[in-house]
Write a protein that binds this ligand. Sequence first.
Ligand SMILES: *Cc1c(COP(=O)(O)O)cnc(C)c1O
Length: 234
Amino acid sequence: MNKIADRLDSAYSKITSAAKKSGRPASDITLLAVSKTKPIPLIVEAYEFGQRKFGENYVQEGVEKIHHFAQQNSFADIEWHFIGPLQSNKTKLVATHFDWVQSVDREKIATRLSEQRPNNSPKLNVLIQINANDEASKSGIQFNDVEALASTIAALPNLTLRGIMSIPIKTNDTMALNKTFTKLKDCFDKLKSQYDSVDTLSMGMTNDMDLAIEHGSTMVRLGTAIFGEREKSE
Ligand SMILES: *Cc1c(COP(=O)(O)O)cnc(C)c1O
């Protein structure tokens, strides 16, 4: 096996054991391979292993990769997730090319994504990004504002509200992280009880995926664990 396949294989084993630990089937958890800053040949290696869901943070880079794969019919089943900060002047590119947007954090962005989604495309799947630790440097909304944005999104014709996404604060304090994941799970459960379309709690990255899965994550977003370290300058 090549390096990427090896890493994917071991990530899937880790997901399986973390799921088992919390009494859930591994099939409850989706692995999103975060390929930002990484070259196309590595994505091809992951694809050949069977990976189909990829996450990108930068609009330009993501769209270039999507174009590349769209020119080859054999990759038609890749699912592209936009997971980075999104400015309103870039919503059209994202609405045109991606299958999911995990970083919706305001009404204006949601409205534009719906208006700009091409008529011949299926509805765009969206997650609301929550800034769970209220960090100035991060996108996302406060827990208190989730209900209002959710109802806006649910009413938009070309979007499907699938759930929430969060990037918790970087910390070695497991207790604090537990608390954050618990709050996110509670928020997700509440939303799920209100909207039939909600099924996705996107939390957990390379360093905290076990804990996130124990707290009910249904989607982990793994970059470093699959593709190796990124250049610092990203
Ligand atoms: C970069 C990134 C990831 C992946 O992070 P790793 O720590 O490399 O696994 C996941 N989610 C988002 C939103 C990211 O920007």
